[in-house]
Design a protein around this ligand. Sequence first.
Ligand code: SF4
Ligand code: SF4
Length: 422
Amino acid sequence: MEKPFPSLESLRRTMESCNHCGQCKWLLGPKTRGHDFSEICPIHQRYGFDAYSGQGLLNIAQELLEGELQYEDGLVELLYRCTTCGACDINCKSIRDMEVLETILALRAKVVADGWGPMPCHREQARAVAEHHNIYGRDHAERFAWLESSQSLAPESGVAYFAGCAAAYHYPGIARDTAKILNAGGVEFSVLHAEEYCCGGPLWRTGQWEEARKVAEHNLAALEKRGITTVITSCAECFGTFRGFYPRISPLRFEVLHITEVVRQLLAQGRLALRHGPRRKVTYHDPCLLGRLSEPYIPWNGEVKSFGRLDPPKEWRRGAGGVYDAPREVLRAIPGLEIVEMIRNEENSYCCGAGGGVADAFPEFSQWTSNERRREAESTGASAIVSCCPFCQGAFERARGAADGAMDYFDFTRVIAEALGE
Ligand code: SF4
Ligand code: SF4
């Protein structure tokens, strides 16, 4: 039986199934276009050793369990350099039935339980969330400072916009644009006001599962109390956390939509018209937690039988069910806007460098990863990157700040608000 919060021990089958084929480091052959942009794992591409890869992390997990490897600061640091982007997991699952990312996350939870992790900045985030309900330690009363009096809210509507910490405190423009888009499309919605806490995603992904569970339980109770039937997010991290983490606590009683999906619905219903488009070529970056890691959590209550056979068969999350079409279809509907694709796209997207607590713990490596992604974006001939996650925005902007003449970055909500004439 598989638990929603699996122990590392319970994932031995994955560790023992790894045959060191290396697929977790590379795009599948038919998807590559030469050597450049064929690597899929940022830590492996940057550091070059097997230990820095999905395969290596499985080996480390197994050796820690078997007592062949002991904790030390260097080992813990290595484990926290992984961005938890899940590219290894999806590429491994293209040929195997294994849970690579679940193992990496369970390894982090064990490191925390054993008192060796997380990194100090991650512990600080957990303290900030406990005291102020946001990862930045900012005043909780400022969380909805982005709300303008011109935005109309409908507290009884059953639809809630969940802004998340990053938009609320660092990118209020994303939250305002989301509200403008919903208002323009006639979507009646409310917000949780003081009841909105951090979604818990950054804590979950750094192994702080108890702390993540507490805020998730709070948000679930707040949504239930208001009778919410639809949650809309504009943040990929919140979206992936609602879909992949919250159902581990209790089955969701509401649907979760990303703003890209809502805009697609509104266009199909004729409730929005995108009239104002810049003559521009852009490339779309798939955030990990909106793409391959946004597939809903699927419980499995079977048993591992002889030869590793699973009874009953397990439904695997292989990344194909992520949100890929909605943002692309909407962007293509904007007059004059041309979309060109990067080689590593959709479930094979390359991480922006912000995930898994890496942006805070290892800013230099995070920036290196963002620059590698930006280099790929530039190779398409596009003049800007469009994506839909404030954490990705932060990563690309930090990389841009360090480079002369780097290409622009726009959040999806800004592009749509402009196309609406806002
Ligand atoms: S792709 Fe899977 S089986 Fe192959 S080395 Fe990586 S983790 Fe092991
Ligand atoms: S989650 Fe991402 S960074 Fe971590 S090992 Fe897998 S591919 Fe590499």
